[in-house]
Design a protein around this ligand. Structure first.
Ligand code: GRG
Length: 279
């Protein structure tokens, strides 16, 4: 079963309803599936069967999709296009889009809890999910994003927002992969820092793509440009932003190569694919 089929199967137990239709509309709309890919690559690098990560991989993609649905709402970025399709609230309505996001977020925890491993490991994984998605994680970043960048930002302020808003959901699959592979806390912590760096690199890249590509090419609207938001590109200029992004990816790759007992080939190849992406 490929990952798209696994995601589709994950929704089967949800009661047939309008909100299920709306959850499926966004969850099964494609997307690059980077976060699940990172989780699987960490498991493979440690020589584990990647399928032990299925429930968490689907759960992380559900949380990521919920964040996109809510971020696109009129009260947030007010975007019309996502994953090449009308945003959830455009396709359905605002109330349904809010419920679909809530449904995906909540169901993610139920689904992750089905992981067939010892209870302590599963509980820790669920704690990571809550921590990185919640008000000590992505939600904190979104809060900073709506407040702090309005006036006079510097790179440090922008990076702080991105570390939380974007980095947390990159750290999460790396940490869960290491956790399921039974790595000790200090190793999981190193994966957390690497995720933050990758998240930063990814966000700078996203800012670059937002100015260099059309909404049609990206399959999503460029609300940061439209809303004249401060980004790494507006602060550094396009060329410096590109060098900064390359440096961040390079540093991430170096850090991944330093783990003992980890075959980094698959993860580094995936990361290089992300670095070369133009969508
Ligand atoms: C909970 C409202 C709310 C927001 C949380 C994650 C987030 C904050 C908002 C989503 C919008 C956004 C621009 C986030 C930054 C991270 C990012 C570039 C997400 C897009 O991730 P991709 O490119 O998306 O992996 P696909 O569609 O490929 O899965």
């Amino acid at each position: 079963m490929n990952f798209e089929e696994k995601l589709s199967k994950a929704l089967e137990p949800v009661l047939n309803s309008r909100v299920k239709e709306s959850m499926a509309y966004s969850l099964l709309a494609g997307g690059k599936r980077l976060r699940p890919m990172f989780l699987y690559e960490v498991l493979k690098g440690y020589g584990c069967d990647p399928e032990i990560g299925d429930y968490f991989a689907c759960a992380i993609e559900m949380i990521h999709t919920y964040s996109l649905i809510h971020d696109d709402l009129p009260a947030m970025d007010n975007d019309d296009l996502r994953r090449g399709k009308p945003t959830n609230h455009k396709q359905f309505d605002e109330a349904t889009a809010i419920l679909a996001g809530d449904g995906l977020l909540t169901y993610a925890f139920e689904y992750a809890s089905k992981t067939d491993m010892d209870a302590e490991t599963v509980l820790k994984g669920i704690r990571f999910l809550a921590n990185k998605a919640g008000s000590n994680g992505m939600i904190y970043g979104q809060d900073l994003d709506t407040l702090e960048l309005v006036s006079d930002p510097d790179l440090e302020a922008i990076n702080r927002v991105h570390n939380y808003k974007t980095g947390c959901l990159f750290s999460l699959p790396l940490m869960i992969g290491a956790l399921l592979a039974k790595q000790p806390a200090e190793v999981i912590q190193k994966w957390e820092s690497i995720g933050e760096k990758i998240g930063l690199a990814f966000q700078v890249q996203d800012d670059i793509l937002d100015v260099e590509k059309t909404a049609y090419e990206l399959g999503k609207t460029n609300s940061d440009v439209r809303n004249q938001k401060n980004t790494s590109v507006s602060l550094l200029g396009i060329e410096n932003a590109k060098s900064y992004m390359n440096q961040l990816y390079e540093e991430s790759i170096q850090a991944i190569q330093e783990f003992e007992g980890f075959d980094a080939t698959g993860l580094i190849n995936s990361l290089k694919g992300v670095e070369e992406r133009n969508l």
